[in-house]
Design a protein around this ligand. Structure first.
Ligand code: 5GP
Length: 173
């Protein structure tokens, strides 16, 4: 049977907020080049729209980690696609993620990127679920804060489904 999805953040609200985030980042990096490091696979949609709205010098790179099985986090982070040191060293890095939940993935990634001696590192997330934090982590740029719901759409999946939804929703039980 097909799951029924409730809309939490509409496509319109998402796109409006992404434009604001891109403008905010642009102001902070005036005259500097930035590298958006997109965390595969979930952050792909967000990264693309963020970059399309970013009116400044920028590049894209990708990294892939995994930490989730179904709805339950295993707590273990595995690096599946690494970054190349020459793409990070001495650059302004913005790690772009779909959602911060426990905070484990971001803390892992910030540490990992810092080992490659960037010029600076910041974090940008589409969604933040602060009530679920296990490790302390405060993103530099946040799209929306959400309550403790398992959300899907706009890159976020449930067992690889629903990434293609243009909005953020949650599965109605
Ligand atoms: P953290 O390491 O902060 O616990 O988890 C980050 C990762 O968990 C995200 O990149 C995402 O893949 C997954 N995740 C956390 N909450 C949700 C959620 O509500 N929906 C989906 N689809 N994935 C989530």
């Amino acid at each position: 049977m097909k799951d029924s999805i409730n809309v939490l953040i509409s496509e319109n609200d998402l796109q409006k907020r992404i434009k604001e985030l891109a403008e905010e980042i642009k102001k902070d990096y005036e005259g500097e080049e930035v590298v958006f490091v997109s965390v595969l696979k979930g952050a792909v949609f967000f990264t693309v729209d963020l970059m399309k709205n970013y009116d400044g010098d920028c590049m894209i790179d990708v990294v892939r980690v995994s930490s989730y099985v179904g709805e339950n986090s295993t707590g273990k982070i595995e690096l599946k696609i690494p970054l190349k040191k020459e793409h990070i060293e001495n650059k302004n890095i913005i790690i772009v993620e779909d959602i911060v939940d426990t905070g484990r993935t971001f803390n892992y990634l910030v540490k990992y990127v810092n080992e490659m001696h960037p010029k600076s590192v910041k974090s940008c997330v589409m969604l933040d679920k602060p009530s679920r934090r296990v490790e302390e982590f405060n993103p530099d740029y946040t799209g929306f804060q959400v309550e403790d719901l398992f959300v899907v759409g706009y890159g976020l999946d449930y067992d690889e489904k629903y990434r293609n939804l243009p909005y953020i929703g949650y599965i109605k039980n």
